[in-house]
Ligand binder design. Structure first.
Ligand code: ATP
Ligand code: MG
Length: 506
């Protein structure tokens, strides 16, 4: 094969879901040994196009050629895999109750006689994990791993399958910077062996390290395809959103009011060792820190998802006992969790039901009967305020694009009068324009006098949006910075201020 030949050619692909034309005459190609970024806003059709290539969805119309061979009829996942196509999905797709090795070999299990050869699968899985420098044991159950680790297992799985065309749908959204560097090294290695890599990401600043060409989509249509070096970041953004985005981190003034939430000596599990903090009305408190600092665990314990081992919580000066999320919601404290698929959404329910569910106390009358008018107004307002892209609010939450699912998780809490809203990595997997919408939303809450806690691993947004920043390290608060004198260096310095590091190993 000549090296100019394409490994994949997709021509005039069209795909319609009930009420949505997800893809309208889209073309896409990639060569062996090339990293192609596939870019576009939430709902542009990126995942759908790649799911067609990997056989998850069937196309309505259009031609697909893989290594020069035209695909007759529908591609199935098995057929695609046999042709060397693997996809790492955006919404992680692991079997939580199976081990790491069992997930890596899912559908391609190794047998010894009529029994599964666990020992050999564990051995080979260890080999791939080691080659990726991932410190995870093949025998561990996947459900017990953090999101970032699960993502690394997905990558290991694709590698084990020896794919020639590897699709990565938002692979870095839950990884730490060290893990991202490892992933990039790996992508370059694969590229050098002639693998074609499709790289979907909303983190545009990463592209410069690995990408050769970009394909940009908007509203289900192909917009442009160019070598990465010919494009500036601003041009990419305007191609994606069809307009220029002026202000990346909008700021609004608000008066800091009374003390809204006060936490003293919160302890929970192994990750939250001693957290004390104060949060005022009308402020956005950024919580920075490295992955593993205990931030997510702190929010979960606070919200009553996980058990607290000690500490006091006061809301507006009144001690509250939160032992489950219902207690928290009743006290006016709500959480937009990090893992939307597992904790934030009921993917089998409609968008309307997802928004209505936590707000039944507002929607139902004293007899427990739903008032459809209140419900409709509430749902329509949430969808409108956040510009959620969907045909109707009756569709399943699972049918929305990743970013739009996140908006629904946020939207359901906007509908009620909460005093404290905690956002845990709310912009993960969300496009540039929608990120600004989420920041605006936090600003809006702040102007209403609501307190916002904003957990994020992205330094620029923490610095850009917060009024005050707390830094956590190793389950404790290790620094507090006012927005006027906060810098990345100061955050990093506090984020690595470990105490008794040697005592804490398990
Ligand atoms: N199974 C499905 N059923 C119905 N509609 C769907 C389904 N899958 C995708 N869609 C719709 O198709 C459109 C494209 O979605 P897609 O997931 O491809 O977007 P995306 O570019 O990957 O966005 P994101 O960046 O948010 O992940 C969206 O409007 C989405 O709601
Ligand atoms: Mg997607």
């Amino acid at each position: 094969m000549n090296e100019r030949d394409y490994s994949v050619e997709m021509h005039n692909i069209t795909k319609t879901f009930p009420g949505v034309r997800a893809l309208d005459d889209v073309s896409f190609n990639i060569r062996p040994g090339e990293v192609m970024a596939l870019l576009g806003e939430n709902g542009a059709g990126k995942s759908t196009l790649m799911k067609i290539l990997s056989g998850v969805y069937t196309r309505d119309r259009g031609k697909i050629r893989i290594f020069g061979n035209e695909i007759e009829g529908d591609l199935t996942p098995r057929k695609a895999q046999a042709l060397g196509v693997s996809m790492i999905h955006q919404e992680l797709n692991m079997c939580a109750h199976l081990t790491v090795a069992e997930n890596i070999f899912l559908g391609r299990e190794l047998a010894k006689g009529s029994l599964l050869n666990d020992r050999e699968m564990n051995r080979q899985a260890k080999g791939v994990l080691d080659s990726l420098q991932i410190d995870i044991k093949p025998e561990m159950v996947v459900g017990a791993l953090a999101v970032s680790k699960q993502q690394m297992v997905e990558i290991a799985k694709a590698l084990q399958a020896k794919s020639r065309i590897l699709i990565m749908d938002e692979p870095t959204s839950a990884l730490t910077s060290v893990e991202i560097t490892q992933l990039f090294t790996l992508i370059k290695k694969l590229r050098d062996t002639g693998c074609s890599i499709v790289y979907i990401s909303h983190r545009l600043e990463e592209l410069q390290y690995i990408v050769d060409r970009v394909t940009i989509m908007r509203d289900g249509k192909f917009i442009t395809e160019q070598p990465f070096k010919d494009l500036k970041l601003n041009q990419i953004i305007s191609y994606m959103v069809g307009r220029e985005i002026k202000e990346k981190f909008p700021r609004v003034p608000a008066n800091r009011g009374k003390l809204a939430l006060s936490i003293r000596n919160l302890k929970a599990g192994r990750m939250v060792k001693d957290v004390s903090l104060d949060l005022y009305q009308g402020e956005i408190l950024g919580i920075a820190g490295l992955m593993g600092a205990g931030r997510t665990e702190m929010t979960r314990a606070l919200f009553g998802v996980d058990h607290k081992d000690g500490g006091e919580v006061e809301i507006e000066g009144v001690p509250v006992k939160i032992t489950c999320p219902e207690d928290a919601i009743a006290a006016g404290l709500v959480l937009v969790p990090e893992d939307r698929k597992r904790d934030g959404l009921c993917v089998k329910l409609s968008v309307r039901e997802n928004i209505a569910l936590p707000n039944l106390d507002i929607i139902c009358n004293a007899a427990g009967v739903i008032n459809r008018t209140i419900e409709r107004t509430m749902v329509e307002k949430a969808i409108f305020d956040l510009k959620v892209k969907l045909p109707t609010s009756e569709v399943n939450a699972s049918s929305l694009s990743g970013g739009n699912q996140q908006k629904v998780v946020v939207g359901k809490w906007l509908a009620r009068d909460s005093k404290v809203v905690i956002f845990d990595e709310p912009t993960r997997g969300i496009d540039v324009a929608a990120k600004v919408e989420i920041y605006n939303l936090m600003n809006e809450l702040k102007q209403k006098g609501i307190s916002v806690m904003f957990v994020s691993s992205e330094m620029p947004e923490i610095l850009g949006v917060s009024d005050r920043i707390l830094v956590m390290c190793d389950g404790r608060v290790t620094g507090e910075l006012d927005r006027s004198d906060a810098t990345q260096e100061k955050i990093m310095e506090a984020a690595t201020r470990f105490e008794n590091k040697l005592d804490d190993k398990n």
